[in-house]
Every structure is written in C-alpha cells, then in structure tokens.
Ligand binder design. Structure first.
Ligand SMILES: NC(=O)C1=CN([C@@H]2O[C@H](COP(=O)(O)OP(=O)(O)OC[C@H]3O[C@@H](n4cnc5c(N)ncnc54)[C@H](OP(=O)(O)O)[C@@H]3O)[C@@H](O)[C@H]2O)C=CC1
Ligand SMILES: O=C(O)C1=N[C@H](C(=O)O)C[C@H](O)C1
Length: 248
C-alpha cells in the first residue's frame, strides 16, 4: 500500500519505519513549509492514484487544512494530531459529504485503548461512592504543543459518561480560578524531558486513593496503531475510530 505521510516529525518518522517493516511504500513525506501554499503545491504534484491512504500527524494549527485537502482529493485519512477537535464536527461533515473515509483517535496505542475501557469501568464503579474526588494527570515531553493531551480529554469524556455530577473538564491551572469547579474533571498537564506519554486517573478520599496509570515506554505503540488503522481504512467509507477497528 502507498502511504502519504503528512507531518514528518517524531511520529511521522516512527510511522515510516513501521510502515516499511510491514511492506508498505511511502508515497510522500510532507513536513512543515514556511508558506502553506508551497505545501499544497507539493501535494498537488502527487497523482490521486499514487496514494492509498494518508497518515496525518502534524500540528494542531495544520491538521484541519491537511485533512480537508485529502478528503477533497478522495484520499482516506488516518489522523492522530491532537488539539484541533473544536472543528471535528465540520471535518466529519465534509467526510460524509465527499463520501470519503476519515479515522481519528486521540491515541492509537492498543494499551491506551484498553486503558480507556478500564477507565470507564472504574468510573461506573465509582458512581456510587461520591466521597471520592476524581482528577487526572498527564505527563509529556516538553515539545508537546497542546494541553491537556487528547488522551486525557478522551479519559475525561469516559469519566463524564458514567459520573453524572461531572459535566466538563478543566485544566488544573484554570480550576483554581473558577468560583465552582465541582462539576469538572480537573486535568493537570506536566511537561518533562522526553516522556512519550503518561496518563493517570485518580480517585481520592480522606481515607485513601485509587489510581490507574498508563505509561508509554516509546512511540512504537502509537505508530503501529496508526499504520494498522491505515491498512484497515482502505476501501471503507465513513467516519471511524478505534472502537470500529478493535470491535466494541
Ligand atoms: N493519536 C496518537 O496516538 C498520537 C498523537 N500525537 C499527536 O501527533 C501530533 C504530532 O506529534 P509529533 O510527531 O510528536 O510532533 P512533531 O512536532 O515532532 O512533528 C510534527 C511535524 O509536523 C510538521 N508540520 C507542521 N505543519 C505542517 C503542515 N502544515 N503539514 C505537514 N506537516 C506539518 C512539523 O514541522 P515544524 O516542526 O516545522 O512545525 C513537525 O515536523 C501532535 O498533535 C501529537 O499530539 C502524537 C503521538 C501519538
Ligand atoms: O504529543 C504527544 O506526544 C502525544 N500526543 C497524544 C495526546 O495528546 O494524547 C497521544 C500521546 O499521549 C502522545
């Protein structure tokens, strides 16, 4: 399969290695260009048939433009970029309108997706124990542009699904300035060295603490999941996520 890489940074390079190991070819590698027009000129030179699927791991500012371009060209897109989800509805709408294929996951690692399920199950248990206060911490490398991480937001959404008194999430720094944050899941974002991604969900009472954590040792799991999603999306039409790939 011919894969176009949009974003050729830490993730793009890891994905390339895994894609080659799995027998795929790289149709192109597009990284940041000073002038966005230059970027598209490069893409315009690729024939539609030379790309079977696009894997997009760029930046919060460029993701929507990149995805839109690919959907217009009829290329299936697997996107891992975080920090752009306020525009998710319009991207998904465009995908349906174009009868295209779009796959998004805040985290492509199988382990994290198991952790998402564990998080929901734990939240279901905790529903009957309101003396426990839920909060989260995510730790990433210092180059990360967005906070909280996309994964932390997905975890907070999983908690909100099962704890009726939690209706939104807030960054820890904002929580302190709110008059009332009792209806919010507080997320602390820490940036340290080269940490690939650590997420902790915590339930704290006066008596004790229950905590679950996922610690990524490298970017391999994220990259492998994205390549598997690209293999899976070819020939499909619609808007997809990891539950479609892994089975509910
Ligand atoms: N869903 C998941 O499983 C995972 C998601 N991520 C997310 O993926 C994204 C990328 O992460 P990572 O690779 O670590 O980040 P990097 O900063 O290492 O790489 C991103 C690359 O994209 C380039 N870029 C910027 N603008 C464009 C553009 N318009 N078109 C193409 N490329 C562009 C950047 O160039 P320049 O440096 O010049 O700006 C950079 O080289 C982030 O949003 C991150 O949160 C990361 C890991 C896992
Ligand atoms: O930027 C990163 O590195 C990561 N981003 C994703 C996120 O925001 O959740 C996934 C992973 O944690 C690594």
């Amino acid at each position: 399969m011919n894969i176009l890489l949009l974003g050729y940074g830490k993730m793009g390079k890891t994905i390339e290695q895994i894609a080659l190991d799995r027998g795929h070819q790289i149709a192109g590698r597009i990284d940041r260009m000073a002038d966005p027009g230059v970027n598209h000129t490069d893409l315009d030179q690729l024939s539609t048939e030379s790309v079977d699927a696009v894997i997009e791991f760029s930046s919060p500012e460029s993701a929507v433009e990149n995805i839109t371009y690919c959907l217009e060209r009829g290329w299936p897109v697997v996107c891992g970029t975080t920090g752009w989800l306020s525009e998710r509805a319009s991207v998904e709408e465009l995908c349906r309108e174009k009868k295209g294929a779009f796959f998004y996951a805040s985290n492509y690692s199988i382990g994290v997706n198991l952790f998402f399920r564990l998080n929901k199950t734990l939240a279901q248990f905790m529903r009957n124990y309101p003396s426990y206060h839920v909060s989260m911490t995510e730790i990433h490398h210092t180059e990360k542009k967005d906070a909280p991480s996309g994964t932390a937001i997905t975890l907070a959404e999983g908690v909100m699904e099962h704890l009726p008194n939690k209706r939104r999430w807030v960054g820890k720094e904002t929580a302190g300035s709110l008059v009332d944050s009792t209806d919010a899941v507080e997320i602390e974002s820490l940036r340290e060295g080269t940490v690939p991604g650590t997420h902790t969900v915590r339930y704290e009472s006066d008596i004790d603490r229950i905590e679950i954590s996922h610690v990524a040792h490298s970017r391999q799991g994220f990259a492998l999941g994205a390549v598997v999603a690209a293999e899976w999306i070819v020939g499909r039409q619609g808007v997809f996520g990891m539950d479609d790939l892994l089975g509910e």
